[in-house]
Structure formats: structure tokens, C-alpha cells
Design a binder for this molecule. Sequence first.
Ligand SMILES: [Zn+2]
Length: 295
Amino acid sequence: MKKWVFLLVMLLPLGCEAIQQEPQAINVEYSNTGDQAREAAPQKKAPTKTQTKAQTIKVTKSQVYQGNLLLVNKQYPVHEEGVTADVVNLFRDKELTQGYVVLDKTIRLSQDVAQKFQTMVNAAAKEGVSSFMISSGYRDNKEQGQLYKSMGADYALPAGYSEHNLGLSLDIGSTQTEMNRAPEGKWLQKNAWAYGFILRYPKDKTEITGIKYEPWHFRYVGLPHSAIMQEKNLTLEQYLDFLKEQKKVSATVEGKAYEVSYYPVSGNTSIPVPVGRSYELSGNNMDGVIVTLLP
Ligand SMILES: [Zn+2]
């Protein structure tokens, strides 16, 4: 029998000054489904026989180490295949850096993440917050090793154990003042989730992340993940555990419905996805993959 647990959580109204740009609410539903109950989404005894047809996708072990949801920390290093393929030099790409400053010529980042960042910066500018700076992005292992030496273990991680080695993380500053006090920092803490970003090392989660509070370090994970994490106050570590426990989570963000499912992967694994539905796949860098059905 299928057990359904419904929890409806409303997000606190997010300041009303934004003109319908921000989501008003995130609805999140959790369901604990047994593995055998995955293929058909129960429709509360719908009178018609409309069943979602599923196709099977094949997932290999290497996909556990690729994607936007990889957990990288002291325990879980970046695998070679985890480094984002679209890293670009931001200093040379003027189109990607309109509306903000890059600290120096070496700043690199995933192109996709840079585009998302630009969208976010444009939204902030409309609210009068416009002094953003990227001070660090992608780092290769050599750069990370040097940083670890100079910064120490509280603020940096050894080569291969930093999110910066993925290309999905960036350190964001304000050209006005330190991020802790800057309007840019405050704006991001409140709004970054709506653009797929998370504050990766929050003040109240240092015991979980093992890293001191870093108001400047943001990580791209994408929607709806950033929204769920914000709404439930979860770090990436906690969110991935949560998905593993729940197996399936439905989330509605800005009226758009997503479905997020966790699957363990040991060898080659077959995963059912509904025919005709767009989806994204990401490993968790530990033991499985997360399939996100898109709106
Ligand atoms: Zn950082």
C-alpha cells in the first residue's frame, strides 16, 4: 500500500516591495513511496485510467559524480568528471559581466552559472542594489592548494575538496562595504534562492558544514532545490539527506510544479521517468542521483 504524507508549507511572504518578480509561495509536498510504487503517480483514485507512461533512463556510476547537486566537502572530493564543462573566463567575456565587477583577470565560472548570476544581478538592480562584485569563481587544484596554505582550514579546503573546484560556486562581494553589512549581502540572503543560488555556509549551520560563516560564498544548485532549501532552512548536506529519506518531493515554485526523486546507484541503474516530461539529472557525489521533473 502506498503511504502518503502530505505537508503543506507556506513560505513567509517575501517582502511586498518586489513587483511580482519573486515567488509568493513555495508549496512542498513530501511522499514516502516504496520503490515499487514509483512508476505510476497515484491520482487519488481518479475515475479515469489516465496513467503516466514511463520511459526508462540508464544511469551509470559516473553520473553520481556529475551535476548541480554534488555535495563537495571534507568528506566528498570533486571527481574529475564533476568539474563543470563550461567554465569560461569572466574577465574576457564582457557580455556575461554587465552590471557587476569582476575582481581580476583570472576569474572563471561555469557559463551557465554566470548567466544565472547575471539574471539575479539584473533583478537586484531593479530594487536599487547594484554594487556586486565576483571575487572568486572556479579554481583549479593548484590555486586551491595555494589558498588552503594561506587561509587555513577554517576558511578554505584542500585541493579537490572545495566547491570552487567544481565551477558552480562563487564568492560575491560588494564594492561598497563588507558583505555582512552590504545591501548586496542582505539582498542575496533574502532572494538568491529564487535564482537557483544558496548561501552555502550560513551562520547557524557551521557544525553541519564544517566551515565558518561566509556571507560571500554562494553555490548554484538550481530550482526548485534552492527554493526548498531556503524554505526548510536546509544546507546542501541536510537537503540531500532529506531527499534520501523522503525519496520523492513535490514542490511548486512560482506556480510551477516540480518533482524531485532520489535513486541510489551502485552499478548501472534504470530509472523511470514520464514520457514527454523534461527532466534534469544530478548526482549527489555520494551514492545516488536526483531526478528533477521540470514544469
Ligand atoms: Zn568561496
